[in-house]
Design a protein around this ligand. Structure first.
Ligand code: DLL
Length: 435
């Protein structure tokens, strides 16, 4: 079943023709109405008339987070404020927030994109969708709200937090679809167990859309095992609209609708374009975005593109699960490590729970050290803590991580509930080197 059969089943050739037409238009409009793009293209000596084929996209320069910051708050908009109907902002960790402005048509484009994704994963009008992403300047809450409504699902706009109430309403309203960050889902599941509920037996939940932060395949498996629901990956960034793309029922990569987005991956250091299956930084061009054109936007996220047709029959490119942001990667004793690799390796061990934290420090000699703190699985707590065998387990976890990462971290296995829990995006890395 397709939400928009004509577009979702479009042939590769027709899709390319459509992309080229929309790309030309997008670049022309940006050049005409945006002082930022006009100056950038003049400086780089490129002109909208240079775009004659899809390959010519490569001639255009990238747009980066700093460009948005330099134009804070509204310098990036190409329409007068009277045509902007919504603002969102992404807080980020450093510097000013990045602001995004939407025209009515931009909101419709965003909603169409996510509605297609939700439908492809199985959301229908008889679903009750509890939206536990934050509502507000963050795009998560309102993005799911309108996309779910468009499908005709019954929306429960609860926002994030108040976990007891989340569970009460999940039961009372018979919610079938849940949306929040994967770390919040883990917390909700833990909370439910503590008050004697299980999501599988005591609720009607059958599916969840988890994203806004990196999470691993092993965490998906744990969420699915503990709750009995289908855990679907959803991706997006505020600059390209918000949560915009998801996996379909196959759970084999995130579909990027080709009539709305052109995606590329590049080597983050050289900017060189990469081929299919090669991991690099995702670059997104949004076709027909009015309020704030995004042409060759460097997302900072590391993934690979899959061009092969999906088993679901849709002819649009997919991306693999995001490994992390290039700026989240750290180097320990010469080895590159993404937090998500640590998460993946930890989740393979049944003795540890899903709650972990990575502490980076620099010792007096200037050498960086990494400590992985992880909670013990409550089911085996006594076996290790009561019998003084935690040290043994820590050694085993450290050795296991060394096998996966090629570098041996220090490991601390902690009592249950000793690490922070999160209602939104988790903060897993404590970098004391930057304090
Ligand atoms: O997080 C939009 C969103 C909301 C996506 C709800 C999914 C669900 P920002 O706050 O601008 O927007 O943060 C965007 O979050 O560049 C990635 O680094 C990260 N991210 C988002 N989805 C995923 C995912 C929203 N599925 C930044 N896997 C992005 C890994 C993700 N990282």
């Amino acid at each position: 079943m397709y939400w928009n059969p004509f577009i979702e089943k479009i042939s590769e050739k027709e899709l390319e023709e459509l992309q080229l037409r929309k790309l030309k238009q997008t670049v022309e409009v940006a050049y005409k109405y945006s002082p930022f793009y006009r100056e950038l293209y003049k400086r780089e000596k490129v002109d909208p008339s240079d775009i004659k084929s899809l390959e010519d996209l490569e001639k255009l320069p990238f747009v980066k987070k700093q460009d948005l910051r330099d134009n804070y708050p509204f310098g990036f908009f190409t329409v007068p404020l009277s045509q902007i109907v919504r603002l969102h902002a992404s807080s980020g960790t450093t510097g000013k927030p990045t602001v995004t402005g939407y025209t009515q048509a931009d909101l419709e484009l965003w909603t169409e994109s996510l509605a297609r994704g939700l439908f492809s994963a199985g959301v229908r009008s008889d679903d009750v969708m509890q939206v536990a992403y934050g509502y507000g300047l963050f795009t998560g809450g309102l993005g799911f709200h309108y996309a779910g409504e468009k499908i005709g699902a019954t929306i429960v706009p609860i926002s994030s937090g108040n976990t007891q109430r989340q569970l009460d309403l999940m039961r009372d309203f018979g919610s079938t679809v849940f949306t929040c960050t994967p770390s919040y889902m883990l917390y909700i599941t833990e909370f439910a167990e503590k008050i004697g509920l299980t999501i599988q037996d005591d609720t009607k939940l059958r599916m969840g859309f988890f994203g806004a932060e990196p999470w691993s395949e092993e965490t998906r498996r744990r969420i699915e095992d503990k709750t009995g629901i289908d855990a679907i990956n959803v991706y997006g960034t505020s600059e390209i609209g918000g949560p915009v793309v998801t996996e379909c029922q196959e759970k084999a990569g995130i579909h990027f609708w080709g009539d709305i987005y052109i995606i590329e991956t590049i080597n983050p250091e050289t900017g060189e374009r990469l081929g299919e299956g090669e991991k690099g930084e995702l670059v997104v061009t949004v076709l027909g975005k009015e309020g704030m054109p995004m042409i060759r936007w460097r997302t900072g996220d590391i993934t690979a593109i899959i061009w092969e047709k999906c088993a679901c029959g849709r002819n649009h490119p997919r991306i693999e699960r995001i490994v992390g942001r290039s700026d989240d990667m750290f180097v320990i004793r010469g080895v590159n490590v993404f937090p998500s690799q640590i998460e993946y390796a930890l989740m393979l061990l049944p003795e540890v729970a899903e709650h972990y934290q990575i502490v980076l420090e620099r010792d007096e000699a200037g050498v960086d050290t990494m400590t992985v703190q992880v909670e013990i699985n409550p089911a085996v707590k006594d076996q290790y803590f009561a019998q003084g065998k935690v040290g043994e387990l820590e050694k085993r976890v450290a050795e296991h991580l060394r096998n996966h990462l090629n570098v041996r971290p220090k490991v601390e296995v902690l009592e249950p509930e000793s690490l922070p829990r999160f209602e939104g995006k988790a903060k897993r890395v404590i970098d004391k080197r930057k304090l």
